[in-house]
Design a binder for this molecule. Sequence first.
Ligand SMILES: Nc1ncnc2c1ncn2[C@@H]1O[C@H](COP(=O)(O)OP(=O)(O)O)[C@@H](O)[C@H]1O
Ligand SMILES: [Mg+2]
Length: 357
Amino acid sequence: MLFDPEPKKKKRDFYNREAELHELLESIEKEKLVVIQGIRRLGKSSLLNVALSESKHPFVKIDLREIYFAHGSISKFYLYHALSQELSRLSRTHRLTSWLEKVRGIRIAGFEIQLDWREKGASLADVFRVTDRWASAHEERMIVAIDEAQYLRLAGRMKYDGLLAWAIDNLDNLTFILTGSQVGLLRDFLGLENPRSPLYGRYAKIINLRRLDREEAMDFLERGFKEAKTKPPDLEKVVDALDGLIGWLALYGHTCVSEGRADLEWFLKMAAKLAAEESKKILRWSDRYQVVLRAIASGALKWSEIYAGVSGKLGPIPKSDLTYLLDNLVRYGYLERREDGSFIIPDPVIRYMATKF
Ligand SMILES: Nc1ncnc2c1ncn2[C@@H]1O[C@H](COP(=O)(O)OP(=O)(O)O)[C@@H](O)[C@H]1O
Ligand SMILES: [Mg+2]
């Protein structure tokens, strides 16, 4: 179903994105590091899932947002647990266990694989090395997919950027696919352009997901309503409000169909609550973020206009403070900086939410 609110898994539910899917499938065959980036709800996880299912290669996939939201951190324990589950799943279809049982710190019982996460337990480098050898022996490619990879920078003492750099340099049969909603943070974590980063200078194939254009957004909604056999409301207004963000369009379609409620204002309020919940950790750090977003949502686009709006509310703050706040909002994906230096809030629901601060 096009309006299914979960990330899509199958190509038949996956709207359009043919070019991106093709690009990703091609990259899997020849690249070692692929990065899918773009703000939330553009369809990164869906693209990743569909590509994994279409590529037919063995893969392990770890969803870091899920771990982070369930446990509040990306500890080694939870990461190893997630990887153990994925390797166990894989061992049911691919004969990996006889290869993995040689690795220190791996326990195997039937199809169950358990990585010992403790200090002297399993090393991920060993796990990757053995999987690479297995892939080589079977003339396969193994995919290691990490959804919302920017959370890896919250992994405490563990330095996953170094591990990734080592794997990319040494293991020819693995393709790493990373996605990231907080594009600036993901870029900071990877540090491909930072001479002090282990990944400095490595090539990454970057896939930037774009939003649907107006025609596609209308077409997506029309098809979704048709599929659900429900009479569509005024779709022009929906696209005016939600833009080409496929995630909001799908959620709107879903609530229309499942609750019989087409009221856009009501939907925006509900969506804004969801967005507020998702962003509370960041926006609660400082009220100032809210003031900045509000100034931009009410029409201030240039630095000087934003400064006027913000100092009207907070009194004259140091200019460097505003620059710092804006930079952070850009890194977290709440703002985008245009070429002319002005700022916009790329997500229409966040824009709506910010007018209510
Ligand atoms: N190509 C697509 N076709 C149909 N629905 C999609 C597509 N891409 C995303 N969606 C829907 O939009 C929502 C957000 O997608 P998701 O893949 O989770 O985005 P992201 O990972 O970028 O936040 C989900 O409900 C998903 O089903
Ligand atoms: Mg996602």
